[in-house]
Ligand binder design. Structure first.
Ligand SMILES: Nc1nc2c(ncn2[C@@H]2O[C@H](COP(=O)(O)OP(=O)(O)OP(=O)(O)O)[C@@H](O)[C@H]2O)c(=O)[nH]1
Ligand SMILES: [Mg+2]
Length: 314
């Protein structure tokens, strides 16, 4: 089976543009016409502020942008649209680029990627999309269904495995998640896989707290594969905004999260929340989800993201 290539170049930018459409149109619709047409009467600060807050950029970032625009405005004349847009982009670029990745430690395959987050955020979909990308690079990948809570979860992941051309390891619903991970690690080693992607539950069937179960998964896979899990991706749903960020914090310690994934950016006009998430959690944003399709997971690139949000030509 040959896996399709992940989107590249122009295709990827177009997907990003599509995914951010509602947020972009929200911001541009309110501000572009106002500043461009010079129709500002009086308090442009209030208009700018409310458009940025509507996009869910958060009060801190909004203040920073408004202050920077005010500082750049000449005398009493209202700022130009170009000035507003460029200032906003530069403040946002500052925030989004502020957290360089730690240099990658050396590791031996299989690379173990653990996908965690609250229920419904898009973990299984993200695990499936990741497997597809890895296959697209011509590598062998095992998908592990460590969500044994939801009856349909294993089947959902198995279908992704089929589509991606990945191998699948799952147990019956209700099984011990760590036991599934143990078997998947063994299978990945035995088959010489390049990557093992582990989908986890947002809830559990036992009284064991979720965080304790995640800690156990981390321990078990680390005993089987040196240095694993190499990546722990916390999946956050952009449509849940600030609530999602608060809920997410508890995952940071339990699972040593080293990367964020913001999903469903296509389903919201509040895509500015991605900036807020990066700022508040202080962990690099690695991927963004812009749709339900297999190719709708994009590498996060601050400049591309800003071009999708506030195009330089708009
Ligand atoms: N529009 C859109 N939908 C998404 C995206 N990512 C996931 N979804 C959808 O969100 C829903 C939930 O996704 P799942 O991957 O099942 O979420 P989960 O975190 O695994 O959920 P649980 O297993 O119940 O904890 C599904 O209908 C997905 O198709 C995205 O980037 N955009
Ligand atoms: Mg799931």
């Amino acid at each position: 089976m040959t896996a399709p290539e992940p989107p590249k170049g122009a295709g990827r930018i177009e997907r990003l543009r599509q995914g951010l459409r509602r947020t972009r149109e929200g911001i541009l619709g309110r501000l572009g016409s106002l500043f461009r047409s010079g129709a500002i009467v009086g308090d442009w600060r209030g208009d700018l502020e409310s458009a940025l807050l509507q996009a869910d950029l958060g009060p801190k970032t909004t203040d920073r942008i408004v202050e920077a625009v005010a500082a750049g405005a000449k005398g009493a004349a209202p700022p130009s649209w170009d000035g507003v847009r460029d200032t906003a982009r530069s403040v946002l670029r500052d925030i989004l680029s502020a957290r360089p990745q730690a240099p990658a430690a050396s590791w031996q395959p299989p690379r173990v990627i653990l996908v965690v987050g609250v229920n419904g955020g898009g973990k299984t979909t993200t695990a499936g999309k990741l497997a597809r990308r890895i296959r697209g690079e011509g590598k062998r990948v095992v998908l592990c269904a460590a969500d044994t809570f939801r009856a349909g979860a294993g089947e959902q992941l198995r279908q992704w495995a089929e589509r991606a051309g990945a191998e699948f390891v799952g147990h019956r619903p209700g099984a011990d998640p760590s036991a599934v991970v143990y078997d998947a690690a063994a299978a990945a080693l035995a088959r010489g896989a390049d990557a093992l992607v582990v989908d986890t539950a947002g809830r559990l069937h036992t009284q064991d707290p979720l965080m304790r179960e995640l800690e156990k998964i981390v321990r078990v896979v680390g005993r089987r594969i040196a240095g694993a899990p190499h990546d722990v991706l916390l999946v956050l749903d952009a449509t849940t905004g600030q609530n999602g960020v608060s809920q997410a914090r508890q995952f940071l310690d339990a699972a040593h999260v080293n990367g964020l994934v913001v999903t469903k950016l296509d389903g919201t006009a509040k895509g500015g929340v991605a900036v807020r998430i990066v700022q508040e959690l202080g962990i690099p944003l690695r991927y963004i989800g812009v749709g339900e399709g297999p190719d709708d997971l994009l590498d996060f690139d601050p400049d591309e993201f800003l071009e999708g949000l506030l195009p330089s030509a708009a």
